[in-house]
Design a binder for this molecule. Structure first.
Ligand code: ARG
Length: 431
C-alpha cells in the first residue's frame, strides 16, 4: 500500500513538474527576426531570435534555442527594431477644425473623452513610448495612468502636465479681451512669474504627477503673441525652473525657437531644447558643450502651411510659421553636422496623431542618416527621457517594446510611416 501511494505521489509530482515547465514555456514568446536593427551599435543583425517573457526581453541572439511550447512569431521576412519613441507629443488632442471653438467651447472633459483615440493611433503607428509635453486639465496624467492600468490602449507616457509660461507667453491665452478669463484652479493655467512663482508652479506640476517639466523659454508659433523667438523668461526664472525640477528628480524641456532663449535655456541646464528653430552657431556650440538634446519638429511646417488656414487659424499665426519653417530645417542640419545630440520629437497634435513616422523622411533630408534618425527615435530618446535601462533598444532586460516593417527602413526610412507589427510590454497590438 505504501509503495502504491509513493508511486501515485511520484507520478503526480512528475505530471505537475511537466505542467510547470510547459506553463513556463507557454509564457515565452520567441520572435524570429529576419533583420534586427541594433541601434546601440548602429548595425543590422540577421536571423536573430528574441525571447520575451511577460513584459521583458530575456534573450537576444542568433543561436538561441526556442523553448518547446513557446509562442512563435515569425518575422523572418521583416526588419525588426525597438519600439519608437516620440519625445514631443501633445497626445491628448489635435485641432478640431475651428480655432475659436477649440479655445472657447471645449473643456478638458471634451479633451479627455477623445484622448484615448489618439493614444491608440500613436501606438498603432509603432510608437510604444512618448514624452508628452503639455496638456490641459491633467488629462495627460489620467491617460498615462489608464494606459499603465491596461484600461486604455496606448504608448507608455511620460507626461509634463501643464506647460509653464510667463504672463503673455506662448503658454498664456493671448489676443483676447482681458475681461475674458477661464475660471481655473490655481496652477492649472501654468502661467507663473518670478523665481518664487515658477518654483511654485514646478511643485504644483510634480505634485499632480508630472514626470518631466516643460516651460516656454521663447515665444511660439501657434499662439497669438507678436514675436516667435523672443525670450519669455529671465535667466533667473529659467535657472529656478530647472533647479527646482532637479530637486524633485525631474528633467526639464524648454520650448525655444529664438537664438537668445535657446542659449539661456541651455545655460540653465535643460535636458532638451524643443524646436530650436533659430539656433545660431554659439547656441549650437553651447548645446554640444552641455550635452543638450535638440528635439526639432522638422515635419510640422509642411502640415501647418498646407492645413492651418483651413483649420481656422489666424493669418498672424500662419505668418509666424512662414518665418521659422525653412530656417528651422536649415538650422537642424547645422546642428546635426556639428554633432549636437538629436532626439526624435514631432509635436504630434499639431498634425494628426499616428502620423509621427512622417518625420523620419524630413530628418534624413536635413542631415541625418536613416540609422541616425532611427537612433534619435530609440536609444537617444530613451537617454533623453532617462529610461535607457528599460527602453530604446532590443536588449536583454529591457521592456519588450518591439516593432517590425516589411521594407528595411535603412533602405527607405519612410517605411516607418506604415509599421506592420507592434508589441508593447510583451503584448502584441498590431500584426
Ligand atoms: N508648438 C510649436 C509652436 O507653436 C509648433 C511649431 C511648429 N512649427 C515648426 N516649424 N516646427 O511654436
Amino acid at each position: 500500500m505504501r509503495k502504491i501511494i509513493l508511486i501515485v505521489v511520484g507520478v503526480f509530482a512528475l505530471v505537475f513538474a511537466k505542467a510547470q515547465t510547459q506553463n513556463l514555456d507557454a509564457t515565452i514568446t520567441a520572435i524570429k527576426a529576419g533583420k534586427l536593427i541594433d541601434v546601440e551599435n548602429g548595425k543590422t543583425l540577421v536571423n536573430q531570435i528574441i525571447l520575451v517573457s511577460h513584459d521583458s526581453i530575456i534573450a537576444v541572439g542568433s543561436n538561441l534555442s526556442i523553448p518547446k511550447n513557446a509562442n512563435v512569431i515569425d518575422l523572418s521576412s521583416y526588419t525588426v527594431l525597438p519600439g519608437l519613441i516620440d519625445c514631443h507629443t501633445h497626445i491628448t488632442g489635435q485641432p478640431g477644425g475651428d480655432y475659436y471653438a477649440d479655445i472657447f467651447r471645449k473643456t478638458p472633459v471634451d479633451v479627455a473623452i477623445t484622448a484615448h483615440i489618439y493614444a491608440k493611433r500613436t501606438l498603432q503607428a509603432g510608437f510604444t513610448t512618448v514624452r508628452d509635453l503639455g496638456s490641459a486639465g491633467l488629462v495627460d496624467i489620467a491617460l498615462r495612468n489608464a494606459i499603465n492600468n491596461g484600461d486604455v490602449e496606448g504608448p507608455t507616457i511620460y507626461a509634463a502636465t501643464v506647460f509653464i509660461g510667463s504672463t503673455g507667453s506662448h503658454g498664456d491665452l493671448n489676443g483676447f479681451s482681458p475681461y475674458i478669463k477661464f475660471n481655473m484652479p490655481k496652477g492649472m493655467s501654468g502661467v507663473a512669474n518670478g523665481v518664487e512663482g515658477v518654483r511654485e508652479q514646478v511643485r504644483f506640476n510634480v505634485k499632480n504627477g508630472a514626470d518631466v517639466i516643460k516651460f516656454g523659454a521663447s515665444a511660439g508659433v501657434l499662439s497669438e503673441e507678436e514675436s516667435v523667438g523672443a525670450p519669455q523668461y529671465t535667466q533667473e526664472e529659467m535657472n529656478a525652473i530647472v533647479s527646482e525640477a532637479k530637486m524633485w528628480g525631474r528633467k526639464t524641456a524648454a520650448h525655444a525657437h529664438g537664438a537668445e532663449a535657446i542659449k539661456m535655456a541651455v545655460k540653465a541646464g535643460v535636458a532638451s531644447v524643443e524646436h530650436g528653430s533659430l539656433v545660431d552657431a554659439e547656441g549650437i556650440a553651447l548645446m554640444k558643450e552641455h550635452g543638450t538634446y535638440l528635439v526639432s519638429d522638422v515635419y510640422d511646417d509642411e502640415y501647418i502651411l498646407a492645413e492651418y488656414s483651413k483649420l481656422g487659424f489666424p493669418d498672424k499665426i500662419i505668418n509666424k510659421e512662414k518665418l521659422v519653417g525653412r530656417l528651422q530645417r536649415e538650422n537642424f542640419q547645422k546642428a546635426v553636422e556639428a554633432g549636437v545630440k538629436i532626439a526624435f520629437g514631432t509635436d504630434a497634435g499639431v498634425y494628426p496623431h499616428g502620423w509621427n513616422g512622417k518625420q523620419f523622411k524630413w530628418m534624413t533630408r536635413f542631415g541625418l542618416s536613416p540609422m541616425g534618425a532611427i537612433q534619435a527615435a530609440t536609444i537617444n530618446a530613451a537617454d533623453l527621457i532617462g529610461i535607457k535601462e528599460k527602453a530604446g533598444s532590443i536588449s536583454k532586460g529591457k521592456r519588450a517594446d518591439i516593432i517590425a516593417v516589411k521594407i528595411n527602413p535603412l533602405d527607405d526610412v519612410s517605411s516607418l510611416e506604415n509599421v506592420n507589427f507592434v508589441m508593447k510590454g510583451g503584448v502584441v497590438y498590431k500584426k
